[in-house]
Design a protein. Structure first.
Length: 559
């Protein structure tokens, strides 16, 4: 790393940025590593080499051309993890269509908003998943389905023309089966190949809706350049190579799946291994053991669920080496257990956000252990960072402030929302993350929390993360989240939600007694609640605002 000044680090690298599109990347890797295993999807029995994956992607891409999809058109995907998702990711990229990731947890209201906001002309979706009937939800929004000829004309979804379903058997009326699309493109494969060189790596290629906690989801728009390079440097930090097999239990609609998973693998000719449609800890353990996976991704709660699974000891995890823990603060204890009990001796932590493709910080397999478990590593190559106070001034090393990032990884902007884009990216092209962090003299970064999660108790700044880390060290505590709740005397008070280990019991006083004399009095949780679970998004992000709302309601409720 060079250019390190007080609080301003410029990640440098001997390795230049890649200058290619997602489609050209897949073609290059398939040419060089055609016989290597590319994709395993356990629940579908899929095992494809890189040559086969490219073939599947190109056939589907040709089918999309036959459906009238052109460069720059938006193609939505609304599905849990499966082979079709991966094919769609690369097929759209091959013809320059913009892939629009739609959260499978979204329902009609959010779906309608997202499809219309970015003007999707095609929606590819799973027919059903668990209790969700996606076909019924689409029909609710587009009752005209099946009555308007080949192309849909729906009053509430004016841009949408084609519905493609992922499922077994015949598609519902007015919809096309995923498998049939490839057939429609027979004879157009040459067009797909010819399109490649006309595409530019700065073109938008992917829209991901950010999980904003207030207001409507925003469509972070990413270019080939954003995600190809991010995937590449993420894989470099894990030292991925063609012999690696990465187990991906995180959702594909989120960048954790499609960039930290898929693109990290494809840039290094490693295999993408999917244990199931959605996270299930036993399936992950079984997949790692049976597929001899060398790497494993997850948000911290996934690793906790795997480590604490009653059958944990039955599985041989000796093939594991590396992986990424990310998405929310990664407790030191959980990192230590992943290293000690899962053989993840080269596991790394990544930090980032959808708007930065997503990763801006990551530790490296070589990062000394104490820093690997306690920091998010150093700034990624070719990315810049500064930490600023509320006036926008750079703070000294070790001082918390807002983390700003700049460089190739910053999104093009929010789709059709110049105002929100200006709020997020300033005139100097710095992305304002809304996260509080510190940087030490060597450039190691610690995420202190979200700016809006910081507790101000009687004028004292309290960082929930610090208290969470401390409470984790209690042997009865399995998981803990700290929030600020309104308090008439101090403005805010510290509140802890605690999940105990199986079979343990504890009182609030016992927890407070554990804190006495070990952390400052004002950090000791005034309110303690023992819970079985935290409110969480499907990507494993704890929704602290829901916890705050609930506590505020409970505390003001009449006794
Ligand atoms: P998303 O855009 O859904 O990926 O969410 C990004 C947010 O997740 C960041 O702004 C952080 O608040 C949080 N986050 C991601 N990775 C980490 C990490 N390693 N440590 C702490 N917070 C993280």
């Amino acid at each position: 790393m060079t250019g390190l000044t007080q609080s301003y680090v410029h990640g440098a690298s001997d390795v230049p940025l890649l200058g290619e599109t997602v489609g050209a990347l897949l073609e290059r890797i398939a040419a060089a590593h055609g016989d290597r295993l590319a994709l395993v999807v356990r629940q579908q029995g899929v095992r494809w080499t890189y040559r086969e994956l490219l073939g599947e992607a190109d056939r589907f891409a040709a089918g999309l051309l036959a459906l009238g999809v052109r460069r720059g058109d938006r193609v939505g995907i609304w599905s849990p993890n499966n082979a079709e998702w991966v094919v769609t990711q690369f097929a759209t990229a091959r013809i320059g269509a913009i892939l629009v990731n739609i959260n499978p947890a979204y329902r009609t209201n959010e779906l309608e908003y997202c499809l219309n906001k970015v003007g999707c002309s095609v929606l590819i979706f799973a027919e059903r998943f668990k209790t969700s009937d996606y076909v019924a939800m689409v029909r609710e929004l587009a009752p005209e389905t099946g009555t308007t000829g080949d192309e849909l004309r729906a009053a509430r979804l004016p841009h949408l023309r084609r519905l493609v379903t992922i499922g077994d058997g015949a598609p519902p009326p007015g919809m096309i089966a995923f498998a049939a699309v490839a057939g429609m493109g027979a004879g157009r494969m040459g067009e797909v190949v010819a399109l490649g060189p006309t595409l530019q790596f700065d073109d938008p290629i992917n829209i991901q809706f950010t999980s904003g906690t207030t207001g409507r989801p925003k469509g972070a728009t990413l270019s080939h350049h954003n995600i190809v390079n991010n995937g590449f440097f993420i894989g470099e930090c894990m030292r991925l190579g063609p012999d690696d097999r990465l187990c991906i239990p995180v959702p594909l609609y989120h960048c954790f799946g499609m960039v930290l998973g898929n693109l990290a693998c494809v840039t290094h000719a490693a295999a993408m291994v999917f244990p199931g449609e959605a996270f299930e800890p036993r399936a992950v353990l079984e997949t790692v053991a049976e597929e001899r996976c060398t790497a494993l991704h997850g948000v911290p709660t996934m690793f906790i669920a795997e480590l604490d699974h009653p059958d944990f000891g039955h599985f041989d995890l000796s093939s594991l080496r590396t992986g990424i823990m990310a998405g929310s603060p990664c407790p030191i204890e959980v990192m230590k257990r992943a290293i000690g009990q899962m053989n993840l001796r080269e596991i790394t932590i990544a930090y980032g956000m959808t708007e930065t493709s997503p990763v801006s910080f990551q530790s490296h397999v070589d990062t000394p252990l104490d820093l690997r478990v306690s920091t998010v590593g150093t700034i990624m190559p070719h990315v810049e960072v500064k930490i600023v106070d509320s006036e926008g001034r750079i703070v000294p090393p070790g001082t918390p402030g807002e983390l700003l990032t700049r460089g190739y990884c910053v999104m093009l902007g929010y789709w059709d929302d110049a105002e929100k884009t200006r709020d997020a990216i300033d005139e100097g092209r710095w992305m304002h993350t809304g996260d509080l962090a510190t940087l030490d003299e060597r450039g190691y970064c610690r995420i202190v929390g979200r700016i809006k999660d910081m507790i101000i108790r009687g004028g004292e700044n309290v960082y929930p993360r610090e208290i969470e880390e401390f409470l984790y060290s209690h042997p009865k505590v399995q998981d803990v989240q700290v929030i600020g709740v309104p308090d008439p005397r101090y403005g805010e008070e510290v509140c802890a939600w605690v999940r105990l280990r199986d079979g343990e019991t504890m009182t609030a006083d016992e927890l407070r007694a554990f804190c006495q004399g070990r952390i400052a009095h004002y950090k000791i949780p005034r309110h303690v609640r023992f819970v079985d679970a935290f409110p969480m998004t499907v990507t494993g992000k704890i929704q602290k605002y829901l916890m705050r709302d609930q506590m505020a309601a409970d505390l003001t409720a009449p006794p």
